[in-house]
Design a protein around this ligand. Structure first.
Ligand code: ADP
Ligand code: MG
Length: 665
């Protein structure tokens, strides 16, 4: 310790004074407890809804203002709280739900800690009106900060309880959340973002309790009205649209005290985000790594690796089989036998998938929508078999069966391909057949007739694809470029041969084109005559709202269409051969997953998806001209050696490699 600091401590020249220990003021204790569970308005909504559900309510009305920062009001028609218990309900560590340690491991209610109301009341302007069933009078609990001047109890710490009016049940009103915790308030996002979180919390509880009727309003406008229903499917439909609900496949299984009920969508309905997997345990939304793994395993091979199944899993287990007291917000549980749960979930889904032949049909037709998704999955299998075939073929080159190692050429440039393809290819003679390789440009279905696109714009969009620009003549030396298994191009270069993954290369070319195009302003879009309607989740709707500017840049205009749907008003011309609804749905999933990522990350995610969907696929047969067009775009494109996901687009086999393999050297 330096002499200078010693002089600060005149009474203890050699050691610091022992600090004074004191008990924390109860308000501060509650605020600390609130720090654990109340992160944002959605956390309050969750706690209040859980209380309402625990009270046996059959109807719950939720009113939100400004994303919940201004007001959260939850009214239920449950059992109510008697006058004498009102103050206790808001006291810390006071609950009617458990009494002893045994109860702690046999929890049958959503709440049990007795901390929620105390925490919430300590960080907001809080009031609660309740009237128990069978009583004529309602009473009101008024938080300290809510009392008017001169009101009884204003100066005392004792809670104020006064008679009030109201129906049987309880109404809790939380205003100005975090008004006295500025540090917390700083972390709150825009109202739309907070409302997105609130809606997600409501969905999690409402999906698990379809028999309870819910209504939700935001800023005085009705946002959702969910009638009491007897089946889970209808409630899912209320949130995600009847289209998704009607395709769900129900399965059930009950073994060793574990009941599993699942509703899942066929693999062709896969999503870009795993947010469409909901797991509920005894009416509580949970996240569980092992269950998520089981779901992924069950669908493995039925969809591409970056796609996710839509699954709603409802588990019922004896509360003694798991511990909910391991996570402050009770989002995770600890199972006695996690292996059993994992294997049961895997079994129920896998059996159902095997029982129905859900393997998507493969078709060469560049279909859109579900067909497109099915095709992609088929393409994945096909790509695997093609890779295998190429590997097998190359292995036969080597009589000793030695493995050919050809590393992706890091410095390879199309310079290498060009000379052997030119000069014959240099002068365009016949325009290439852009129908097969480039996304067809003319709008189809309920879109504007082609005449409505100005010719100049059409030219722009054709060349933007990068493959329809004037291309080399088709009278190329036969065999310069060949297509193998409709997936790979093999071309001669100065140094040897290259093998190109046609999808990966086209994906990179389109990605760079889109990126360049975006630098000069929004992508060209066209208004859709009959705007397709997409059912969206709360997270997707919120992403649409938050990323309006980015979407506008991409040429996508969305408009709210009912509480859980968006109408696609405009869609980029460059993507006009895609199913706009399926594309928008996946894009919103992706943007929702990115959360508050940087603009750069978001643009990358969006362009990546656009390029992947618009690019030719493994399985697409290409004409000679199309292959040449693809190759000639290669050296005009930055970072052409890898696709936007980082996989190589090109493998090189030099003549030296060949000579070595043929034992010529
Ligand atoms: P917990 O739910 O963990 O018991 P809370 O602080 O959320 O703790 O609530 C304290 C107590 O207040 C509950 O145990 C319950 O008895 C009562 N209570 C809270 N909300 C309601 C409600 N909406 N209807 C009836 N009783 C309620
Ligand atoms: Mg509670």
């Amino acid at each position: 310790m330096s002499p200078a600091s010693n002089s600060d401590l005149p009474n203890s020249p050699s050691a610091p004074a022992s600090p004074v220990i004191h008990r924390l003021d109860p308000t501060l204790v509650n605020q600390i407890a609130a720090g654990e569970v109340i992160e944002r308005p959605a956390s309050v909504v969750k706690e209040l809804l859980e209380n309402a559900i625990d009270s046996g309510a059959t109807r719950i009305d939720v009113a939100i203002e400004e994303g919940g920062v201004q007001l959260i009001r939850v009214a239920d028609n449950g059992c109510g709280i008697g006058r004498d218990d009102l103050a206790l309900a808001v006291a810390p560590h006071a609950t009617s739900k458990i009494r002893n340690t045994e109860d702690l491991f046999n929890i049958r209610t959503l709440g049990f800690r007795g901390e929620a109301l105390a925490s919430i009341a300590s960080i907001s302007r809080f009031r609660m009106v309740s009237r128990p069933a069978g009583q004529d009078e309602a009473f009101e609990y008024v938080g300290r900060s809510e009392r008017g001047a001169g009101e009884a109890g204003e100066s005392s710490d004792a809670p104020l309880i006064r008679s009030s009016a109201g129906p049987v049940g309880t109404t809790v009103e939380v205003r100005n959340l975090f008004y006295n915790v500025p540090a917390r308030r700083k972390f709150l996002r825009q109202a739309a973002t907070e409302m997105g979180h609130v809606t997600e919390q409501i969905a999690r509880l409402a999906l698990a309790h379809p028999a309870i009727a819910f209504s939700v309003s935001h800023n005085g406008r009705s946002a959702r009205s969910l009638p009491s229903v007897s089946d889970r499917r209808s409630r899912i439909g209320d949130f995600y649209g009847p289209e998704l609900a009607s395709c769900l496949i129900p399965v059930q299984r009950s073994e060793r005290d574990l009941e599993i009920e699942a509703l899942f969508a066929p693999p062709a309905q896969s999503r870009a985000s795993s947010k469409w997997q909901y797991v509920f345990l005894n009416g509580r939304f949970i996240t569980d790594r092992r269950i998520a793994y089981a779901v992924r395993e069950a669908f493995r091979g039925l969809m591409e690796h970056d796609r996710h199944a839509v699954v709603f899993l409802f588990l019922r287990a004896d509360p003694r089989q798991f511990d909910v007291n391991v996570h402050p917000t009770k989002l995770e549980v600890r199972w006695r036998d996690a292996g059993l749960v994992q294997s049961q979930v895997l079994a129920v889904l896998r059996e159902a998938l095997l029982a129905r032949d859900l393997t998507p049909a493969f078709s060469l037709n560049r279909a859109t929508g579900d067909g497109g998704a099915a095709r992609e999955a088929g393409g994945d299998d096909r790509q695997r078999s093609v890779r295998q075939a190429v590997a097998d073929y190359l292995r036969t080159i080597d009589p000793t069966q030695a493995r050919i190692d050809f590393a992706p050429p890091p410095s390879y440039a199309l310079r290498n391909v060009r000379p052997s393809l030119s000069p014959t290819f240099a002068t365009p003679a016949t325009p290439p057949n852009d129908e097969a390789i480039a996304p067809p440009v003319l709008p189809t279905g309920p879109r504007l007739p082609p005449g409505d696109v100005p010719p100049a714009d059409r030219d722009a969009m054709i060349s933007a694809d990068g493959l329809a620009a004037p291309q080399p003549a088709p009278d190329s030396p036969a065999g310069s470029v060949i297509q193998v298994h409709n997936a790979y191009l093999v071309a001669q270069t100065d140094e040897g041969i290259v093998i190109i993954d046609q999808h990966a290369l086209h994906e990179r070319i389109l990605y760079e084109k889109f990126r360049q195009r975006l630098l000069t302003g929004p992508l060209e879009s066209q208004r859709l005559l009959i705007p397709p309607v997409v059912s969206v989740s709360a997270a997707q709707a919120e992403a649409a709202e938050r990323q309006g500017e980015l979407l506008h840049g991409l040429g996508i205009e969305l408009e709210r269409f009912g509480p859980a749907s968006l109408a696609i008003q405009s869609f980029p011309i460059l993507l006009s051969n895609l199913d706009s609804a399926a594309f928008v749905r996946d894009l919103l999933d992706k943007l929702a997953d990115c959360g508050e990522a940087t603009a750069e990350t978001l643009v990358h995610a969006a362009l990546d998806m656009m390029a992947c969907k618009a690019a030719i696929k493994a399985g697409d047969a290409l004409s000679q001209e199309e292959m040449v067009a693809l190759l000639s775009q290669r050296d005009l494109t930055e970072r052409a050696s890898n696709c936007p996901h980082g996989r190589p687009t090109t493998l090189q086999l030099t003549t030296r490699d060949l000579e070595r393999q043929f034992k010529r050297t």
